[in-house]
Each structure stands twice: as C-alpha cells, then as structure tokens.
Design a protein around this ligand. Structure first.
Ligand code: GDP
Length: 437
C-alpha cells in the first residue's frame, strides 16, 4: 500500500533520522522533499501546504534544532501530523443496535463488494448482519450481493419485481428485524457520475429507513476525484463515514491523505483487495507509521493471531526445538504464512523493511517450493534422505520446475536441519559462527 509515497518520504527523512545536529537549511530541504512527495501522491495542494506549514511551525516552536535528537523529533512531528491528516479519533461505526447503514457511491467503486465485506467483518465481531439489495437497475448487482451473502452467511433481502426503492427499504427493514438482525446494510444503486436522479432516489430511501450511518464507498485509486465525489455526496446526504476501496496495488495515497481534511468525514474502513477478507478497520496511526516506513507491527500481530492456529504454531516450535521438523511441516508452515497475505505485504508491516524489495517474485518462488514438496510422497516429506537422483527428476517434472531447484531446496532444508540440531544440542557458539559466515 502506498509504496511509492513511502519510498519518497523515507528518502526525504533518511538524512534527518541519523543526524545529531540539524541545521535550518537541511530541515527546510527535507520538508521541501516531503511536500513534493505528498504532491506526487496526488494529495490536494492546499492540504500539502498546510501540512508543511504546521510541521514547520512546530519544528521551530519546540526548538527541535536544539534538542538531543532533532531528526527523530522531526519524524515524530511529521508522524503525528499525518495521523491528524488521516483522521484522528474514533473511526468506528455507531454502537447503537439495531444499526441501520446506508451504503452509497458511484458505480464500480466497490459498493456491493464492500457491503458484503463489512457484513463479514461485523459478523466476525459477533453481530447478526443483514444485507439489502437496493440496486434495482442492475439485476447482476442483486445476484452478486446474494451470492456474497450466501457465502458469508449473512441475512439477505431483495425484491426483483419492484423498482420502488423506498418501499423495498421499508420491507427489507421489517424482514431484517423479524429475523433478529442487529446490523442492516442497505446497498444502493450507483451511477457513473453523480446526478440528480441518483441523489433523489437515495434521499427517498434515506427518509424511508432513517439510517444511523450513511457511508460513502469511494474508489481510493481515483485520488483527487474521489475527494470531489465525497464532497458532493456529503453536501447532498450528510455522510457519517467513508470506505476507501482499492488501496491495494500501487495506489498513490492522495485520496486517503486528503479526504478527511477536505470533507470532514472520517474514513472508517479500507478495502485492500477483491476478496471479502481484504477489508480492514481504518487505523490512522497505523497507516501513518506504515507510510513513514516505520512498519505496522500491531496489524501484523493481529493478522497473525487471526490466521495462524496457535496450537499448531506451538507444535511446530516444539518440533523445531527437537530437530524433528520435516518437509511436511515446512509445507504446513508455508501455507500458514501465505494466509497472512503476500510476502511483500508482510514485509511492509515490519519496521524499516517497507523499502526492501524481495528478490524477484518471492510469492512465485514460494509457490514453486510448495509444488516441489507436494510432488513428493508422504514418506519422502517425512524423510527427505529417501530422495535419490531419479526421484528428484520425477519430482521436478511433477512440479514443473528444473531439477536444480529441487536440489537447491534439499540443500537449504539440509542446512536448516543442521541448524536445528545445533540449537537442540545447545551448541550456540558454533551456531553463531555458522550464521556469521
Ligand atoms: P459497485 O458497482 O460499486 O457495487 O462495485 P462492485 O462491488 O461491483 O466492485 C467493482 C469492482 O471492484 C469489482 O471487480 C470488485 O472486485 C472490485 N473491488 C472492490 N473493492 C476492491 C478493493 O478493495 N480492491 C480491489 N483491487 N478491487 C476491488
């Protein structure tokens, strides 16, 4: 997420971080670079200008230049200002139950997908979500929501025969409450552009269901355009929150950084991929840290807790301690890690690692390793010494790789086993020497 912005900002701040003494001149240079980085990420120019002014003011005001580690101080000021920019304070949905949420947005912004994603997230937190198909012009949108609702086991309502949106809303609400739902999410129709008819229809639905939250789903990849869309929707419907979608890939970050300060509406959730699990509660402080290349350890640990089976992890650790870790275990471990996301995205959450590019395509490499192990028999996975030359050729064929790759994997695994044995034997000194080589 926001890789190129992070790269530019860490570049601008690198010179500041280490310095014991800092002059006004090199601080001004760094801030100039920060401003350029924000602008090239498509941050609104006024937002960028005010941001730099505020940072500069504090740097002078707090006599940063005279402090013990001025560089670190400046980075901290920038971090805190970024948090403010992204939106301080609570970004959660109202706690009221039943909670009625109207989902609005332009066509293609990810509204229907986000409705299901939000339902899934709330369900995981113990709610009983119910989704309502309100896009009466696109039967495909109704089908899409129905499929997702089934998949995520959410309550669902639609009326394919009716075009009366407020009427559908009122009936859906009745049905949801009768089924004991406590969060009701209304998907609505989108248009390619904001137009009078779209807004009028949503206003009527709003009047009919009296929502507690009106959430705009906006395509984060659109940069300033997303900010303009948010402004227009907010003027017409008084939004209570935003979902920024499509922040995966190389989105520039301008929308995320400008939208709150331009519209005053907080970002509450972000979409980070097409799958229903690619959806996160928005944490301004965590994103600020990620943008500054400081990692996001809290999210990483949460992700690990969610995806990794604790008992299994302990069993694996025990096997490693006993040097009883075979290729079958290795495969299982790899599959666990994969559930957390791509290797590059995991690395991006580690402090100081955001700028590190993994060699080649690490995820592709991991898939090849997986294919190699999967082409082995269970006995071979448990006792890799069984693998002779002929078997290695067969395995390479089965996995669609070269024999050298199989050999390489076996060599690495052999090394790993040796290390585990040394650890088991308590020969730490020898191990350190080995690792230093
Ligand atoms: P709607 O017209 O606003 O209801 O949009 P949809 O929910 O149908 O989404 C439009 C397209 O965007 C679909 O192909 C979705 O899979 C995709 N999409 C939605 N959210 C995200 C996201 O966070 N990341 C990515 N990469 N794609 C997304």
């Amino acid at each position: 997420m926001f890789e190129s912005l992070t790269e530019k900002l860490t570049g601008a701040l690198r010179n500041l971080r280490g310095t014991g003494t800092l002059s006004e001149a090199n601080m001004a240079d760094a801030l100039k670079e920060v401003r350029a980085a924000l602008l090239s990420a498509d941050v609104h120019f006024k937002v960028a200008r005010d941001f730099i002014d505020r940072v500069q003011e504090q740097c002078v005001g707090q006599s940063v230049l005279k402090s013990v580690s001025p560089g670190q101080q400046v980075v901290k000021i920038i971090h805190d200002e970024l948090v403010k920019l992204l939106g301080e304070g609570a970004t959660e949905l109202a706690a009221k139950r039943p909670l009625k949420v109207l989902m609005v947005g332009l066509h293609g912004s990810g509204k229907t997908t986000s409705t299901a994603k939000l339902g899934k997230l709330l369900k995981k937190k113990g709610a009983r979500p119910f989704v309502v198909a309100g896009d009466v012009y696109r039967p495909a949108a109704i089908d899409q929501l129905e499929i997702l609702a089934k998949q995520e086991e959410l309550g669902f309502y639609c009326d394919r025969a009716s075009k009366d949106v407020p009427g559908i809303g009122a009936k859906a609400l009745e049905s949801a409450l009768a089924q004991n739902a406590d969060v009701i999410l209304f998907d609505t129709a989108g248009r390619l552009q904001i137009d009078h008819d779209l807004i009028e229809e949503v206003k009527k639905l709003k009047a009919a269901v009296q929502p507690d939250e009106v959430i705009l789903v906006a395509d984060g990849a659109l940069g300033q355009e997303a900010v303009n869309v948010a402004k227009a929707f907010h003027d017409a419907l008084t939004l209570t929150g935003l979902i920024l979608t499509k922040l995966d890939g190389d989105t520039r970050g301008g929308a995320a950084l400008s939208i709150k300060s331009v519209t005053g509406v907080p970002i509450k959730f972000i979409g980070t991929g097409e799958k229903t699990e690619n959806f996160e509660i928005f944490h301004p402080d965590r994103l600020a840290s990620r943008i500054l290349g400081m990692g996001d350890v809290v999210s990483l640990v949460e992700k690990a807790q969610e995806t990794i089976d604790q008992k299994e992890a302990e069993r694996m650790a025990e096997k490693m301690r006993k040097a009883d870790f075979n290729l079958e275990d290795f495969l299982a471990q790899m599959q666990q890690v994969k559930k957390m996301g791509s290797m590059q995205s995991i690395l991006g959450m580690m402090p100081g690692m955001s700028g590190v590019q993994l060699p080649g395509d690490a995820d592709r490499q991991m898939k090849r390793t997986e294919a190699i192990i999967q082409s082995m028999t269970v006995q071979e996975r448990r006792k890799p010494s069984l693998l002779n030359g002929n078997r290695r050729i067969r395995i390479a064929k089965g996995a669609g790789v070269q024999v050298v790759e199989v050999n390489q994997l076996m060599k690495q695994f052999d090394q790993m086993q040796k290390m585990m044995k040394m650890m088991k034997g308590g020969n730490q000194k020898k191990l350190m020497r080995q690792m230093e080589q």
